[in-house]
Ligand binder design. Structure first.
Ligand code: HEC
Length: 120
């Protein structure tokens, strides 16, 4: 096999990730679902319900007790802000109480964002 074909074969065996909703759902299950629900009007879990999070003002969901840092962050969860936050929560909202170190793989972040956009 020529090297280029071999590379293609290897890449073909890696699950498609970039921007892929089902890949994003898997990332969510693996990394977020332990603390967040994703259905409309779900009772708060450890973290706030993420249904409808895209476009929402940070720290405003009724019925969840946010940290002062999140309430006063003045962020709106556009896809770009979500991406920045999920890459490094402690840096983007210093003092917020989400115990999550951050996801640094751009492909996983793309997939996760695609999935979060479907929660509406
Ligand atoms: C171990 C628990 C935990 C994990 C894992 C976790 N979170 Fe959170 N998350 C929280 C908590 C707690 C808050 C509330 C932060 C605050 O009020 O300071 C939060 C807040 C958020 C917010 C802000 C919501 C709003 O309405 O302002 C978003 C967005 C978010 N998390 C997304 C995610 C995503 C996506 C993942 C997976 C990649 C994730 N979180 C993983 C606990 C967690």
């Amino acid at each position: 096999m020529r090297p280029i074909a071999l590379t293609a074969a290897l890449l073909g065996s890696v699950p498609a990730m970039a921007g892929d909703v089902s890949g994003g759902a898997k990332v969510f299950q693996a990394q977020c679902a332990i603390c967040h629900r994703s259905t409309r009007d779900a009772a708060p879990s450890v973290g706030p319900d993420l249904y409808g999070v895209v476009g929402r003002k940070a720290g405003t969901l009724q019925g969840y007790s946010f940290s002062a840092a999140m309430k006063h962050s003045r962020l709106t969860w556009t896809p770009d802000e979500l991406r920045r936050y999920l890459e490094n929560p402690g840096k983007v909202v210093p003092g917020n109480k989400m115990p999550y170190a951050g996801e640094h793989d751009p492909a996983k972040l793309d997939a996760l964002l695609s999935f979060l956009k479907t929660l509406k």
